[in-house]
Design a protein around this ligand. Structure first.
Ligand code: ATP
Length: 504
C-alpha cells in the first residue's frame, strides 16, 4: 500500500510514528483511502507531490458536515458574518501582513545527500523534547552539534541552518506580476475590513469569518492531512474595541463552563469566570471565544478528556500574536493543534493601514470615539479536524468482525442506509419506497447487493449510524428493522412512524 504519511524525504519518521500505535497517520490514511474519504493527489504518477490530498465522496461529505456545524455553532449564533475572498493576493498584502519577511521555518540541508528537513522538528524528534520555534539559526546549529544530530538518510553533517519562506509565489498575466497564494484565509478579511464594516452595519464587537483553501510551501509535509501544502481553514476574526475587552454581552451564559487550560506543564480545569478572575486568560472576550470553540469541538464528537487549550509561550507564538492558546486534541502520537486562538491586537489593521495609506479606524458608537479595532482569532484547520475525528472515532471490533467510525449523526456521510433483506418478494420495491420517503430529510443510501451482514459492515466502515432492513415481515405488517451502529441493537418500527423515530 502507498505510504500516505511520508513526505518525499521523511519516511523514517512516519514509520517510527507507525510503530507508536495501531492507529497512526499511515494506518488511518490507508483506511480512509480504502473507504473513499481521502487519498494522495495524482497517486498514480511517479512525480506525485507530498502534502497534497484529494477528498472522495465520503471525505467531502464529512468535511461539509464539519463546516455546517461550524456555521451553526459559531457563526449563526453570534454576531459573525462570512465572506469568500480570493486565494491569490498581490504582494502588498503580504508585505503589510509581514508574511514575506517573517513566515519562515528553519531549514537544514545535508552536506552530502542534499536531504532537506526542518531543523526544529528534527531536533525535537531526536531529543524527544519540545524546542522553541523562534530560535536563531545559530541556536539550531548549536543544538544539532550538541546532540550529535546527523542526516537520517546518509549519516552526514548538515550545512548551516537557513530560513525557508513558506509563501507560494506565482506570476499573474503575461507580465507575470508578483503575487502569492494565501497562507491563511484571514488576510482578505483584514484588507476588506473597512468596506465590510460600512456595508454590514454591525457594531463592535463583531466577527468576520471565512473558510477555504490555503497554501504553505512546507519543508517536510507528512503525517497525511496533519501537515499539507494545500489545506482548508475555517477562520473567525473578532473585531473589538481594546478598551472594552471585558464587556462581553453573553458572558454570563457561559461563565460556568469549564475550560481545560494547560500552562506551565499543568492542566487546570477552571470555569471561564475563574479563568478571567485569576487572570489566567487575558479577558472575558478571550474566555468567551475559547468556551464556544470548545462547545463546537464537543459537537464534533471529540471527547472532553481528550481536549485542552495550551498556552503558547512568547518564544513559540506566531509573529503577529500577543496571546495564543492552541486548541489541541490528544491523538495516538501525542497532542495535536487543531485551532490557534490568537490575540492579534491591532497588528494586522495597522500593518494594512500603513502600507495602503488608508484609514482602518472606525467609530465605536457605544463610546462615540474613533478606534483601531483589535482582533481575536479562532484559526482552525478543517483537514486536521477531520483527521482527528477519524482517528478518535475509529474502533476495531475483532469479536464482531467489524471496524467502525462512531461519528455523531450530524457528521456522518450517510445517516440512514436502507436494505431489502433479499431481492425478491416485493422487498426491493418496498425498500425503494422507504428510501424515497426518507431521502428529503436524511442523508440516505440504498444498497441491495451482498449478504445483509456484509452490507451492515460496509456501513459501519463509513460510520453510518442507522441501517433499515426491509424483510418478509415488512411485506406482512409494514414494519422495518432499525439497526443501531454502536450497539448493533435492532428494533422494529412501523414505516409510518419511521421519520419520527429516526429524528429521535
Ligand atoms: P503548526 O505549528 O502545526 O505548523 P501553525 O501554528 O503554523 O501549525 P497556524 O498558522 O496557527 O498553524 O494555522 C491554524 C491552523 O491551520 C492550525 O491549527 C492547523 O489546524 C492548520 N494548519 C496549519 N498548518 C497546516 C498544515 N501544513 N497542514 C494542515 N493543517 C495545517
Amino acid at each position: 500500500m502507498e505510504n500516505f504519511g511520508c513526505a518525499e524525504n521523511s519516511k523514517k519518521f512516519s514509520c517510527k510514528e507507525k510503530e507508536a500505535g495501531n492507529k497512526t497517520f499511515d494506518s488511518v490514511a490507508e483506511i480512509a483511502a480504502s473507504r473513499g474519504f481521502f487519498w494522495p493527489t495524482a497517486e498514480i504518477y511517479p512525480d506525485k507531490l507530498a502534502g497534497f490530498f484529494e477528498y472522495g465522496p465520503n471525505g467531502l461529505a464529512l468535511k461539509n458536515n464539519i463546516l455546517k456545524i461550524w456555521r451553526e455553532e459559531l457563526i449563526e449564533k453570534e454576531d459573525i458574518i462570512e465572506i469568500d475572498g480570493c486565494q491569490i493576493l498581490p504582494k502588498s498584502v503580504f508585505q503589510a501582513s509581514g508574511h514575506l519577511k517573517n513566515f519562515n521555518d528553519p531549514l537544514i540541508t545535508c552536506s552530502k545527500c542534499g536531504f532537506k528537513t526542518r531543523a526544529d522538528k528534527l531536533i525535537q524528534e531526536s531529543i524527544g523534547k519540545e524546542i522553541p520555534e523562534k530560535l536563531s539559526n545559530e541556536d539550531y546549529d548549536e543544538l544539532l552539534k550538541k546532540n550529535k544530530i546527523i542526516c537520517p538518510k546518509c549519516k552526514s553533517f548538515f550545512n548551516k541552518t537557513e530560513r525557508w519562506n513558506m509563501m507560494l509565489k506565482t506570476g499573474i498575466g503575461a507580465e507575470s506580476k508578483e503575487a502569492y497564494l494565501r497562507p491563511e484565509t484571514c488576510q482578505s478579511i483584514f484588507v476588506n475590513f473597512p468596506r465590510i464594516y460600512k456595508t454590514s452595519r454591525l457594531k463592535l464587537p463583531f466577527g468576520i469569518a471565512q473558510t477555504g483553501k490555503v497554501f504553505r510551501n512546507e519543508i517536510a509535509p507528512r503525517q497525511g492531512l496533519i501537515r499539507e501544502r494545500e489545506f482548508n481553514q475555517m477562520e473567525i476574526e473578532i473585531f473589538f474595541n481594546p478598551e472594552k475587552e471585558d464587556e462581553i454581552k453573553n458572558f454570563n451564559e457561559i461563565e460556568k463552563e469549564i475550560l481545560p487550560l494547560y500552562l506551565k506543564d499543568k492542566l487546570q480545569k477552571v470555569s471561564s469566570e475563574e479563568a478571567v478572575k485569576k487572570k489566567v486568560v487575558k479577558s472575558k472576550l478571550v474566555a468567551y471565544y475559547l468556551t464556544i470553540l470548545k462547545q463546537f469541538y464537543l459537537k464534533l464528537g471529540i471527547p472532553e478528556d481528550k481536549m485542552r487549550f495550551r498556552y503558547v509561550p512568547e518564544e513559540d507564538r506566531p509573529f503577529y500574536s500577543k496571546e495564543t492558546w492552541d486548541f489541541e486534541v490528544q491523538i495516538n502520537t501525542g497532542w495535536l493543534e487543531l485551532c490557534a486562538c490568537n490575540h492579534r491586537s491591532d497588528y494586522d489593521l495597522s500593518g494594512h493601514q500603513k502600507v495602503s495609506k488608508q484609514s482602518f479606524e472606525i467609530v465605536d458608537e457605544s463610546v462615540g470615539k474613533k478606534v483601531l479595532p483589535n482582533i481575536f482569532e479562532l484559526s482552525a484547520g478543517v483537514d486536521r479536524t477531520l483527521y482527528a475525528i477519524l482517528e478518535l472515532t475509529y474502533k476495531d471490533e475483532p469479536k464482531n468482525d467489524r471496524t467502525i467510525f462512531s461519528f455523531p449523526e450530524k457528521l456522518a456521510p450517510v445517516q440512514v442506509a436502507i436494505f431489502p433483506l433479499v431481492n425478491k418478494e416485493r422487498m426491493p420495491e418496498l425498500a425503494k419506497k422507504v428510501y424515497e420517503m426518507l431521502k428529503p430529510q436524511f442523508k440516505c443510501f440504498y444498497d441491495e447487493s451482498g449478504s445483509i451482514g456484509r452490507r451492515y459492515r460496509r456501513q459501519d466502515e463509513i460510520g453510518t449510524p442507522l441501517c433499515l432492513t426491509i424483510d418478509g415481515q415488512t411485506v406482512k405488517d409494514d414494519t422495518v428493522t432499525i439497526r443501531e451502529r454502536d450497539s448493533m441493537k435492532q428494533t422494529r418500527v412501523k414505516i409510518k412512524d419511521l421519520v419520527g423515530e429516526l429524528k429521535k
